[in-house]
Design a protein around this ligand. Structure first.
Ligand SMILES: [Zn+2]
Length: 512
C-alpha cells in the first residue's frame, strides 16, 4: 500500500443523506423534519458499528449549518466553508467528543459550559458525542443539566452501540433513530460500485462473501475489501476471499455436515485433516458449521413448508440440505447445535485446536446417531405387546381406603385390580341383597362353594378388613352386574331406536 492510500471506508464515507447506505427510514424521517423546520435539541443514533452513526451525525451537522440556504437544509451543499470544515472535522462550532476517551466529569463540564456562548460561524453549536454510553455517571449528570434547559442554538447528537447503557433520563430528552444492519444485497451493490470506481476486479462470488462477512456493517465490509485488494493487487475472487477469511468453501461445509450426519467417523476425520491442511481456521469452520445447522433448522420441513428468505447457500447446496433434512430430525439438529455452542469457548482456550476439533467431531457424530428420549420411548412401546403389567402387590403395603357400598362398587374394585375370573363369575351370577359396613348379603345363582373364599381373600387384600359374607338360600330378586349393564344399554335412546329398527333383534353382547 502506498503512503497516500486512503482506506475505502474514509474515502467513500457518505457526505449527504442521499448517499447513506441502507438507512432509508432514517433518511426519510430526518429530511422531512429538517425541511419542515422541526429541529429537535437532541438526537440519539444507535446501531451496530459501521452502520453510519457518525456519518449521519456529521451530515446532520452540515444540514444545520450549510451556508447554501438561509436556514437548515436537508440537502447541504458540501462545498461551502461550513460544509467543508465539518466534513474535515475542523468546524469551530461542531464539537466531536469521543466519550470512550473523555469520561471525566471536569472535561464534560468545561465543554458544556461553552454551550452558553453563541456559535461563531454557524447557525448552531453542535455537540456530537460518540459512544455516549461510556460517559461516567457525573458526566451524564452534567449532560442532563444542559439537556434540561438547552440554549436555543445548541443541538446534541449522541451516538451509541449500546443504547441500554444510556440512562433513561437522557433518552427521554432525545429523538431516537435506530440504524439497521445493512442488508447483504445493499452492501453488494455498494461494494460493486466502489470496485468500479477503484478500477479493481471483484467477482460476484467474492462480493457475496465479503458482504456476508461484513454482517451488516459497511465499515467492516470495506475494511475487508481493503485487505483483499492489498493481498491480491486488485483481482479479488472467491478463492482470495476464502484464503483471507481463512474459511472453507460453503460446498466443503455442506459436504462435511453430510458426512457427520451419515455417521462415518473415519471419513469425517479424514475430511477434517484435508480442510485443516488447506489452511482453514477450525474455529471459523465451527462457526460455518453452526451457520449450516441454523439454516438447516430454519429450512426443516417440521418447521415450515415455504421458502426461507436470505439463505447464504446456492440452489444446489440448498437441494443437498433438503436431502439431509429429510432424514434428520429437528431434535438431532438442536442437539448438534448445543454441542457446538459448548465447544466455542473450548476451541478458544484449547492449546491444540486440531485435537479439540477432532474430539468435537467424534462427539457430534455420537450424538447424531443417538436416538432422542422420544424415540426411545416410542421404540419401547412398539417392542412390547400392548398389555398392561399387573399392579405389583406387596404384602406389607397398607391397602388403600376403599369404600364398597354397592354391588357395582365391588365390581369396579375387581376390574380395577384385573381380577378377571372373579369378576366374570361375580358379574353373571351374584345378586347383591345388601351391603352394610363390612357385611355383604348375597345370593349365588351358580352355587359355587369356592366363591365366598375367593371373595373374602380378595376383600381382605384390598381393604385390609375381614368381611362377613352371608349367602342367602333363595334369590333376593336383585339383578346381577351383567343384567344391570344390559338394562342400561337397552334404555339408551340410540340403542332403543336401533332395536326398533330390528324388531326381532336381540342384544347378545357388547363390545367396546
Ligand atoms: Zn454547505
Amino acid at each position: 500500500m502506498d503512503a497516500n492510500y486512503t482506506v475505502l471506508a474514509r474515502k467513500y464515507r457518505s457526505q449527504d443523506f442521499q448517499s447513506l447506505i441502507g438507512q432509508d427510514v432514517l433518511v426519510k424521517t430526518l429530511t422531512t423534519a429538517i425541511n419542515t423546520g422541526r429541529i429537535a435539541h437532541a438526537y440519539i443514533f444507535t446501531g451496530i458499528r459501521g452502520t453510519g452513526k457518525t456519518s449521519t451525525a456529521r451530515i446532520l451537522a452540515k444540514a444545520l449549518n450549510c451556508q447554501s440556504a438561509d436556514r437548515a437544509t436537508a440537502t447541504p451543499c458540501g462545498v461551502c466553508e461550513n460544509c467543508r470544515a465539518i466534513a474535515a472535522g475542523q468546524h469551530i462550532d461542531v464539537m466531536e467528543i469521543d466519550a470512550a476517551s473523555h469520561t471525566g466529569v471536569d472535561n464534560m463540564r468545561e465543554i458544556l459550559d461553552a454551550a452558553q456562548y453563541r456559535p461563531t460561524n454557524g447557525r448552531y453549536k453542535v455537540y456530537i458525542i460518540d459512544e455516549v454510553h461510556m460517559l461516567s455517571t457525573s458526566a451524564f449528570n452534567a449532560l442532563l443539566k444542559t439537556l434540561e434547559e438547552p440554549p436555543a442554538h445548541v443541538i446534541f447528537i449522541l451516538a451509541t452501540t449500546e443504547i441500554r447503557k444510556v440512562p433513561v433520563t437522557i433518552l427521554s430528552r432525545c429523538q431516537r433513530f435506530d440504524l439497521v444492519r445493512v442488508p447483504v444485497d445493499t452492501l453488494k451493490k455498494h461494494f460493486a460500485w466502489i470496485a468500479t470506481q477503484e478500477k479493481i476486479e471483484l467477482t460476484d462470488g467474492a462480493n457475496e462473501m465479503l458482504a456476508r462477512a461484513a454482517d451488516g456493517s459497511v465499515r467492516d465490509g470495506l475494511s475487508l475489501l481493503d485487505q483483499a485488494i492489498a493481498q491480491t493487487g486488485g483481482h479479488v475472487d472467491e478463492e482470495a476471499v476464502l484464503n483471507m477469511l481463512k474459511r472453507a468453501d460453503r460446498n466443503v461445509v455442506v459436504d462435511f455436515m453430510k458426512t457427520i450426519l451419515s455417521g462415518d467417523v473415519a471419513t469425517a476425520l479424514d475430511k477434517v485433516d484435508e480442510i485443516y491442511t488447506n489452511g482453514a481456521d477450525l474455529s471459523i469452520l465451527l462457526t460455518d458449521m453452526m451457520e449450516w445447522t441454523h439454516w438447516a433448522t430454519r429450512m426443516h420441513p417440521a418447521l415450515r413448508a415455504g421458502e426461507v428468505q436470505n439463505l447464504p447457500y446456492t440452489a444446489d447446496q440448498r437441494e443437498q440440505m433438503r436431502e439431509i433434512n429429510s432424514r434428520t430430525s429437528l431434535n438431532t439438529l438442536s442437539r448438534l447445535w448445543q454441542v457446538m455452542v459448548a465447544a466455542v469457548p473450548e476451541m478458544q482456550s484449547a492449546g491444540n485446536q486440531k485435537q479439540c476439533f477432532d474430539m468435537l467431531i467424534v462427539r457430534m457424530m455420537h450424538i447424531a446417531q443417538m436416538p432422542s428420549v422420544d424415540e426411545i420411548i416410542r421404540q419401547n412401546k412398539s417392542a412390547q405387546p400392548d398389555v398392561a403389567k399387573p399392579a405389583p402387590v406387596t404384602e406389607s403395603a397398607q391397602p388403600k381406603a376403599v369404600e364398597i357400598k354397592s354391588g357395582k362398587d365391588l365390581a369396579d374394585l375387581m376390574q380395577a385390580n384385573k381380577e378377571i375370573l372373579l369378576y366374570s363369575y361375580y358379574s353373571s351370577n351374584i345378586e347383591i341383597s345388601e351391603i352394610s359396613g363390612t357385611e355383604i348379603k348375597y345370593f349365588d345363582r351358580g352355587n359355587d362353594e369356592t366363591f365366598p373364599h375367593k371373595l373374602a381373600d380378595f376383600l381382605i387384600k384390598k381393604t385390609g378388613k375381614n368381611w362377613t359374607l352371608s349367602r342367602q338360600s333363595e334369590s333376593v330378586h336383585a339383578t346381577t352386574i351383567t343384567e344391570q349393564k344390559h338394562q342400561e344399554l337397552v334404555s339408551d335412546p340410540l340403542v332403543a331406536s336401533a332395536m326398533d329398527l330390528f324388531a326381532d333383534g336381540e342384544i347378545i353382547g357388547v363390545s367396546k
